[in-house]
Design a protein around this ligand. Sequence first.
Ligand SMILES: [Zn+2]
Length: 312
Amino acid sequence: MSTTSDDAVQQIPLTGTGGIDRGAHHRLDEAWLGAAWSHPTTRVFVVSGGQALIEETADGRTELVMMPSFDAPLTEAHRYFLGMDADGVRYFALQKDALPGRMDEAARPAGLREAAALLSERDNELLVHAVALENWQRLHRFCSRCGERTVIAAAGHIRRCPACGAEHYPRTDPAVIMLVLDEDDRALLGRQMHWPKGRFSTLAGFVEPGESIEQAVIREVAEEAGITVGEVEYVASQPWPFPSSLMLGFVARATGSELRVDGEEIEEARWFSRDELRAAMESGEVLPPSGVSIAARLVELWYGKPLVSSPW
Ligand SMILES: [Zn+2]
């Protein structure tokens, strides 16, 4: 099974393939940022609570509602510089307490999980970046070294502590997500108690301090399903800013198939052959993983064709 083709990687939702150059070297250059903000071609959108306004265009596409900076609601807003495209258009997000109202009512708020299936690659890439920054800012307003309130710097990419001088950078929490296959090429899928009825997905868990990602795969599969895995192959990653994860996707080979489910993180786990999974999905007994998650792509790599799954 070839699991690392570019085709597969490009199909992963929320993963930036929209051609945006983040221009990180400009983030501390206030003069450059000021000129970029004022430029007539610059485009701005508002992000609030993980949502932005989207609208349908006359030709049936869906796009982020963007405006030139002179129309942007700058009061009570934090400005994030997100980068530029190949045409030199610069993009900013404004983080605000609420999304702006719209006179024409054609626009509506949408979160990433919904927007990912609708927006262009470029708009997706911009929105994922903005939402990830917003989530980090919201949860890191105070200095973790001295407890003082911190201030935003570097166009949204640093928080500085005026009391002790510490600089805090956006954090990303690595998590592993793995399709486990047994010696008969069956796939191990489990379900968590709080998921919609019938939903099964790959196992997943956070990488612990002092642990490699391969070790995390082996530990999580053992903890959640009682299965020992040998070979672990990295496939692809996916930003998962809910609020700050990076999903690292693997295929893992089990050395046995006797399940011992932990009953806490996972309430049920089952081995599926391709025929069994198809039959279970067709009967409605099993809902496949959310279409926006890399879990669906991992299962599809094994299953051999697209799953029919909802974005939620
Ligand atoms: Zn401090």
